[in-house]
Ligand binder design. Structure first.
Ligand code: SF4
Ligand code: SF4
Length: 237
């Protein structure tokens, strides 16, 4: 599906979010600023004019077997949430799954990882157990027909399958994410993305050390992060 960029929308969203994020990172600190940004992200997605075309609904979770990349600030937000809300038993169950997933995923390269189904440890009884703090990738991942997601799940090696998506929702989500990441970058933070399982495991096992590295504006995790271009931020400029 070819994307017709709505430059006016992208420009408006990126400049608004970028300015708010820059102010809030300075005045509120990274974690609070990020949470405020997530709230705006959800409001913006809800206002997308094509949101009624989405097939996504509770209990539909083919996409929760696909690879998820996260930025460090998302990991720290999730860690705080699960420590406050999850029982010791549930935390242990999640940690066990993170270990099992990391063992496999750490042996794969980027492309192999995309071709490998792996149940997200936070998918419990068919629902996202961290829905309010789920990664930006999950917030933005959507489809207008779940059959494409099912096909991708059933044929993980087939990279030609591309679930149909809603273009305004897609551009809205990407603009929000890129604008916040650019504000983080301008404030000196590392904005590399990391594979969810490995980064989460390290943050759970070494919360102080990983957080300290993050606020010292270094790479928070020992796993290698990837530098992802902020294409929508650039389109909005
Ligand atoms: S992205 Fe696909 S699998 Fe995920 S909720 Fe939407 S339709 Fe279902
Ligand atoms: S964090 Fe939630 S939405 Fe994202 S892949 Fe895991 S279970 Fe699915």
């Amino acid at each position: 599906m070819e994307l017709d960029i709505d430059f006016k929308l992208v420009s408006m969203l990126t400049s608004q979010e970028h300015q708010r994020a820059q102010e809030e990172i300075t005045t509120l600190g990274m974690l609070t600023a990020f949470r405020q940004s997530l709230q705006r992200h959800d409001v913006a997605l809800d206002a997308a004019t094509d949101k009624n075309t989405l097939a996504c609904k509770q209990g539909c979770y083919w996409c929760c077997y696909f690879s998820v990349d996260v930025r460090a600030i998302e990991i720290f937000n999730i860690v705080q949430f699960i420590k406050e809300h999850f029982s010791v038993e549930r935390l242990q169950q999640i940690r066990d799954e993170l270990i099992a997933n990391s063992k496999v995923l750490n042996t794969l390269d980027e492309v192999q990882r995309m071709q490998h189904n792996c149940k997200c440890p936070f998918l419990i009884d068919g629902n996202c157990s961290i829905y309010s703090v789920r990664p930006q990738t999950c917030r933005n991942y959507h489809a207008t027909d779940s059959r494409g997601c099912q096909q991708s799940f059933e044929q993980p090696n087939n990279m030609d399958i591309a679930p149909e998506y809603a273009p305004i929702t897609f551009q809205t989500g990407a603009s929000q994410v890129d604008a916040f990441a650019k504000a983080m970058h301008n404030a000196g933070y590392v904005i590399d993305v990391y594979e969810l399982n490995s980064a989460m495991l390290e943050a759970l096992d070494h919360p102080d050390r990983t957080w300290q590295r993050f606020i010292d504006k270094k790479s928070a995790f020992s796993v290698t992060g990837n530098d992802v271009p902020l294409e929508f931020m650039e389109l909005g400029e």
